[in-house]
Write a protein that binds this ligand. Sequence first.
Ligand SMILES: Cc1ncc(COP(=O)(O)O)c(C=O)c1O
Length: 334
Amino acid sequence: MKAGILSLVGNTPIVQLNQFFKDSRFRLFAKLEAYNPGGSIKDRPALHMIEAALRRGDIGPGTTIIESSSGNMGIGLAQACRYYGMRLICVVDTKTTTQNMAILRAYGAEIDLVSKPDPVTGEFLQARINRVQNLLHSIPDSFWPDQYSNIQNAIAHEQTMREIVTELDDRVDYLFCSTSTCGTIRGCATYVRNQNLQTKVLAVDAIGSVLFSDKSAKRLIPGHGAAVVPKLLKRDLIDEVIHVSDLECVVGCRRLVTEEAILVGGSSGAVVMAIERMRETFAAGATCVAIFPDRGERYLDTIYSDVWVEQHFGNVSHLWRNSMESKPCTMATY
Ligand SMILES: Cc1ncc(COP(=O)(O)O)c(C=O)c1O
């Protein structure tokens, strides 16, 4: 038996997907990061950044942790900070969902709401960073994990890749990984390189994100994509980049729940649609792994709301409804 909730971070399950690419020449496995206790892949770097700072003596029980995050990282930090009895101030903006704010509060985090974008850049992200800086100056014994620059964010994911290759006996031909801070892809790709594996590492980014393109545009779905290029991005570790639209994310998610009964977040939908685009290039018999960063419940008012989908994309339900028919009845074992 393990002690304490944080001991359950990591070692998430991997499942083979048999329906989404039925009769294909490759095997597809999904790493289900929703099984982390805080509900997402961000439990890993949140815990890693906090524990590394504790080990260095940079923080202790009286420290106030301050981070700009409106989503999964905030929740992962809220969990770790609650466990270690530290105060957390999460700097969010008006785009943060009420559900995420409720989860943050339930863990005991304080919410600092930035209501106006930065007057110089017009970006909320810059306004949130400015607010973090102000809070750091005014609160003694305060600490900013800084998920976009903190190498511990990436180091946490060397373990993610270790788990994948251990489970699949070192045979991973393609790894598809969504990107934002680039912690996941940097950590996984570093492991691949250090172990001399032949795995091709593919980044899945949102159209409108500036990570691999200078064409910034409005994005509807949170998670993957970024408005700034993080220090953690190391382009030479990445073999290929695939850009996916918001509509493709929705279609990917809806098809996953329809065909595989897996309810996941937007970036997981993006990843399967990227695989769909690349599948013709895979060698016969290849093993492909998709990282699914979080669960679908945090997207019930958007991706899984018919009203929201119709409002933004029109009547598109035929893009996943057809696959509902003629499901074979194969028994699952448990
Ligand atoms: C749902 C989701 N998917 C993908 C990502 C991207 O992961 P990373 O920040 O490690 O690049 C994030 C990051 O916040 C996320 O919340």
